[in-house]
Ligand binder design. Structure first.
Ligand code: ACO
Length: 427
């Protein structure tokens, strides 16, 4: 166990402390480096920089391990429920039966949104992307729930966390309904979280809606798989926004905006578009060649942290098979393309050498499409599920006595000071 590190710059030498986590690489403590040595570290993309301390989620990217509060993701996906995982992420321990009953009731009774809020949706064009609606609508929650935006009050922080987890399915389902021109469906208190969301998404007034336990379980599992993923881009965005004391609804809206990008949550939409574009197994070699020629990337492959199989992808692949079998589409040509593509890529030196493996998005698109969601909803579903991770990390930040406003430094490479030249004198 290293106790200190030494940084030598020319003939100057600085002793830096080392900090050990519970597991994972030790970190060099550079907090005083600027004050003591007038030196910054340079790390665009944060590939070697820990921006916070956290007890929530641990990833060992080389071993393909993902733990929430110490529990392996595969065990949670197999034996737990999304709401139980929410409790775990927020509070640090699995709930007792009484604690879970209380929590489930609280979330269930916060699922409705203010009646005036529904008018907000009408301001969007009918072809608006659900993520555009989600970004705006979640930010707008801060205009409706004034009694839970004092970030210095732990009780208000808890209430806003519960409100966000509870209302996200209602908002996401409304974004979907709005985009297809169907009436909004009110949440029900006698249904589970996933079942309620599926009903709000797919029931129509013209007929009775029947719950399907296999699809409900698949939805719940997809939510579990996306619940948290330590300091990824959107979570870091939420923390950075929150570090200024911004209210939780605004911070989660910032996280949603970041998640939308194709390198992050937008990848599941792009992965399905890619499978559609390939279309048939015989076109895979040509497509792979295009990847090697750097014309495009293989979407749903590769990860900044996982240099091994993404453990979420294993569960997602199984869920995908279960859903397709249930809806009688086990021979979906897209699934065939996906499985063959995966097989080829896992054996091709281009992907093997770069340690590129399928990530959670590779099979989630086919699964969600089979369940009836259009591609534009994929990232919105991811945002729904990730809300608990974002808000747990945000809450943890406020409980951390070391909290400071986030303020990265820069390596300036622009011009030196120069005098302003009036317009008429500029050549
Ligand atoms: N297809 C083809 N080549 C790839 C891919 C890919 N999907 N991903 C990385 N590479 C290659 C790069 O071209 C690079 O090759 P080089 O060293 O010869 O130049 C090498 O692998 C390293 O790539 P980087 O971009 O430096 O890796 P980084 O860690 O920055 O990127 C990322 C991670 C953004 C996820 C990347 O793998 C990617 O773009 N994947 C496709 C998009 C995707 O599926 N995103 C979802 C991520 S999971 C999530 O957000 C839930």
């Amino acid at each position: 166990m290293a106790e200190h590190a030494t940084l030598t710059v020319g003939n100057r030498s600085f002793d830096l402390g080392m900090i050990d986590g519970t597991t994972g690489p030790a970190v060099v403590d550079v907090r005083k480096l600027y004050a003591e040595a007038d030196i910054f570290t340079f790390d665009p993309g944060f590939t070697s920089t820990a921006a916070c301390e956290s007890k929530i989620t641990y990833i060992d990217g080389d071993a393909g391990v993902l733990l929430h509060r110490g529990y392996p993701i595969a065990q949670l996906a197999e034996h737990s429920t999304f709401l139980e995982v929410c409790y775990l992420l927020l509070n640090g321990e699995l709930p007792t039966a009484d604690e879970f009953a209380d929590f489930e009731k609280t979330i269930t009774y916060h699922t409705m949104i203010h009646a005036q809020f529904d008018r907000f949706f009408g301001g969007f064009r009918s072809d608006a992307h659900p993520m555009a609606i989600m970004t705006g609508a979640v930010g707008a929650l801060s205009a409706f729930y004034h009694d839970s935006i004092n970030v210095d009050d732990p009780e208000q922080r808890k209430i806003s966390a519960h409100r966000l987890i509870a209302k996200m399915p209602t908002i996401a389902a409304r974004a979907f309904k709005y985009s297809v021109g169907q009436p909004f469906v009110t949440p029900r208190n006698d249904m589970t979280y996933a079942e309620n969301f599926l009903r709000m998404s797919f029931s129509v007034p013209a007929e009775d809606w029947k719950s399907n336990p296999i699809l409900t379980r698949a939805m719940d599992r997809i939510f579990i798989l996306h619940a948290d993923h330590e300091q990824n881009a959107s979570t870091s965005t939420v923390r950075l926004a929150g570090s200024s004391g911004a209210n939780p609804f605004a911070c989660i809206a910032a996280g949603i905006a970041c998640l939308w990008g194709p390198s992050h949550g937008g990848a599941n939409e792009e992965a399905l578009m890619m499978l559609n574009e390939i279309g048939t197994v015989d076109r895979i070699p040509e497509y792979i060649q295009g990847v090697k020629d750097r014309k495009y990337r293989l979407m749903g492959f590769g990860h900044r942290v996982y240099k091994n199989y993404d453990p979420r992808a294993t569960v997602m692949q199984k869920t995908c098979h279960e859903v397709l079998a249930e809806i009688g589409n086990a021979d979906d040509p897209l699934l065939k393309v996906a499985m063959e593509l995966e097989k080829i890529a896992l054996n091709d030196p281009y992907f093997v050498d770069r340690k590129l493996f399928p990530n959670v998005d590779f099979y989630s698109g086919i699964t969600l499409k089979a369940m009836g969601f259009p591609t534009t909803m994929f990232t919105a579903l991811f945002a729904l599920a990730r809300t608990v991770g974002w808000i747990s990390q945000w809450k943890e930040m406020f409980e951390d006595p070391q909290r400071k406003i986030g303020r990265p430094r820069q390596l300036y490479t622009g011009p030196l000071a120069r005098d302003y030249v009036p317009l008429e004198a500029r050549g």
